[in-house]
Design a protein around this ligand. Structure first.
Ligand code: AMP
Length: 308
């Protein structure tokens, strides 16, 4: 089975949306990526750090999904990363209220020996220095390195971010952040500028408006499924990334054509994530539900205009 190495935060999140408010619940980029990727036949592992306050039941939940946790360091006296966000009425924009890095602040990631030859590496949103360290620990160049990031790292660690971006194949980023990174309003021009930074593929996520995949002069668009209920978009981007990389790793095909399918798989899984607060929906998600919704995705975008 193909190996997928995931690095990212394991976190406590506190979320406010027009539909309610949560106390500290399970969150973190690696959590959402892992839960999404575990929908595919592969061998996933997480590299991350938590404090002694992180409940064992959260670790068990991930392990029960078949995710290897040898690379998760538990710092007994330390506190787990904490993030809090508040969504506006449109549910597409949010304010970050709190980011407490805690144990993530001086994290030195250690890639377990069994995953130094991983086929695909998914560098989830965290400090770019940590992302680079993971790349440097790989024994051979993975077939695909995907990196996700956010404005927090552009604001605070831009030089290091540009440095790690040189080494990756795919950058996944949201539309506002692509504009911030490149200074270009047009997403086509932004993608072209990002090619110049290193990656050959760029995925620009547009929340409820879907996602764009750019490669050379080609572009592919995947809509987001119009949903009756959106409770909490937290983790949708990470779930997308987990679906995208999980599918690519499990099919061992990293062509542009297969990446189009991967974008659909990522969008499909993200559509479930937002239906409940935090990881709730992803925890119970069944393969049959995933497959059924793929039919809806196909129906949403298929048409029969005859072109001459
Ligand atoms: P998303 O909604 O896909 O952008 O991801 C939200 C998740 O990212 C939450 O579960 C947070 O715990 C995590 N997160 C937010 N900010 C950061 C950060 N600066 N570093 C690492 N993880 C973060």
């Amino acid at each position: 089975m193909a190996k997928l190495l995931i690095v990212g935060s394991l976190a406590f999140d506190a979320i406010e949306s027009p539909f309610g408010k949560t106390d500290k619940i399970l969150g973190g980029a690696a959590t959402f990526i892992g839960l999404a990727a575990s929908q595919f036949k592969l061998d996933p592992a997480i590299v991350s750090v938590v404090g002694g306050d992180f409940p064992q039941e959260y670790l068990d939940l991930l392990a029960d999904k078949g995710i290897n946790l040898d690379g998760v360091e538990v710092i007994k006296g330390g506190k787990t990363f904490f993030w809090s966000g508040k969504y506006h009425n449109d549910m597409n924009t949010r304010d970050t209220l709190v980011t407490e890095l805690n144990t993530l602040a001086d994290f030195n990631p250690v890639v377990p020996n069994g995953y130094k030859d991983a086929d695909v590496v998914m560098l989830g949103n965290l400090h770019p220095g940590i992302q680079l360290s993971v790349i440097q620990q790989m024994e051979k160049r993975p077939k695909l390195i995907v990196l996700d990031t956010m404005n927090f790292w552009m604001d605070n660690t831009l030089e290091e971010l540009l440095d790690v971006i040189k080494h990756i194949d795919v950058l996944t980023i949201n539309d506002e952040e692509a504009r911030q990174l490149t200074g270009e309003y047009s997403l086509v021009k932004a993608a072209e500028k990002i090619y110049g930074m290193g990656p050959q593929f760029v995925v620009i996520k547009k929340g409820e408006h879907g996602a764009l995949l750019f490669h050379k002069k080609e572009v592919f668009f995947a809509p987001a499924l119009p949903l009756e209920e959106v409770f909490d978009p937290t983790g949708a981007g990470d779930t997308f990334a987990g679906g995208f990389t999980g599918y690519l790793a499990s099919t061992t095909n990293i062509s542009f054509e297969n990446m189009k399918n991967a974008v659909i798989q990522g969008s499909n899984l993200a559509s479930f994530c937002v239906e409940r607060f935090g990881t709730e929906r992803m925890q119970s998600l069944k393969k049959e539900e995933v497959d059924e919704r793929l039919y809806q995705f196909k129906a949403l975008t298929q048409f029969n205009i005859e072109l001459q």
